[in-house]
Design a protein around this ligand. Structure first.
Ligand SMILES: [Zn+2]
Length: 298
């Protein structure tokens, strides 16, 4: 918790110094406190979730570049324009990337690296890791997740963020389907033109997203379902709980519905782009025939 607050404090100080979000930073070794950090949870050698490296410590490589760019004093006679170009040019050569809100937030965002609350140099690999951690954590979920004496119904309140732990990483992976790799390239600077994500990588993203819809990834363990009674007075449901259709009983299907609705929307976006409502020309360009594959459980 303190590690998260430390990161948040640095983030807000960054804004006061004039920095914008850099939502591509998590794909380059957590290079900025100006990204939104998802807790990086690994599985330890004992197979249990390990949160010892959940949040990065200190400011990132991109933050140093951004502050030097904004605040560096140059000796008299320095060509400031060229000096500033050099600072950024060297940073981009080192593999750092800068993309911000407009590249990450829209549902139609297409960048392969600008995402909120994601982890990993490759977000598809990051999703595989997240699903493994989630599965272990769900198997271990039980009454120990709430304080002694708390209503058992409030288990749902702590189940929601765990069950939906993969949601942002799924969004990130889904953006690679029909996505592109781009920077704010400048004329005459040798910057790369935008690249459409390779068909094989788009396919891998598609399968990874569809895997999250497999029954074993949607169903709650029977042991969890048996634990959650209706809520007592004074513990009203909030928008942070699942949207149930069986009030007052906990709805065993509501979590699966919440999880799959988001994915379905993404998939629909892709299918639509590839077929009818989008410009057919752009749809053709963005959706190589090679990615039109029939999905089968792997
Ligand atoms: Zn911010």
């Amino acid at each position: 918790m303190l590690a998260r607050l430390r990161q948040l404090a640095a983030h807000e100080v960054g804004h006061t110094l004039g920095l914008q979000h850099n939502f591509a930073a998590s794909t380059t070794n957590r290079a900025s406190v100006m990204d939104y950090p998802a807790p990086l949870v690994k599985l330890g050698t004992d197979g249990l979730p390990d949160i010892s490296d959940a949040y990065a410590k200190g400011i990132g490589e991109w933050d140093k570049v951004a502050i030097i760019y904004g605040y560096q004093d140059f000796p008299a006679g320095t060509d400031e324009g060229s000096a500033l170009d050099k600072i950024l040019g060297e940073a981009f050569k080192r593999g750092l990337v800068y993309l911000t809100d407009q590249d990450a937030r829209p549902a139609s965002a297409s960048s392969s690296v600008a995402h909120l609350w994601d982890n990993g140099a490759n977000v598809i690999d990051g999703l595989a890791q997240v699903m493994k951690v989630r599965a272990v954590a769900l198997q271990r979920f039980g009454e120990n997740n709430i304080r002694e004496g708390a209503p058992m119904a409030t288990l749902e309140d702590v189940l929601v963020p765990l069950y939906m732990y993969h949601r942002y990483q799924v969004e990130a992976a889904a953006k690679l389907i029909g996505g592109e790799d781009y920077t704010f390239s400048l004329r005459g600077k040798g910057d790369r033109n935008p690249q459409i994500i390779a068909p094989d990588e788009q396919k891998r993203a598609l399968f990874a997203v569809l895997d999250t819809l497999k029954p074993e990834n949607l169903a709650l363990p029977e042991s969890v379902l048996r634990l959650i009674p209706p809520r007592p007075p004074g513990y009203a449901r909030t928008r942070e709980d699942f949207r149930i259709r069986t009030f007052p009983t906990f709805d065993a299907l509501a979590p699966a519905e919440a999880s799959s609705f988001m994915r379905a929307m993404r998939s629909i976006r892709v299918l639509t782009m590839c077929s009818i409502s989008f410009s057919p020309r752009r749809g053709k360009r963005r959706c190589d025939p090679a990615i039109k594959v029939k999905y089968s459980a792997q």
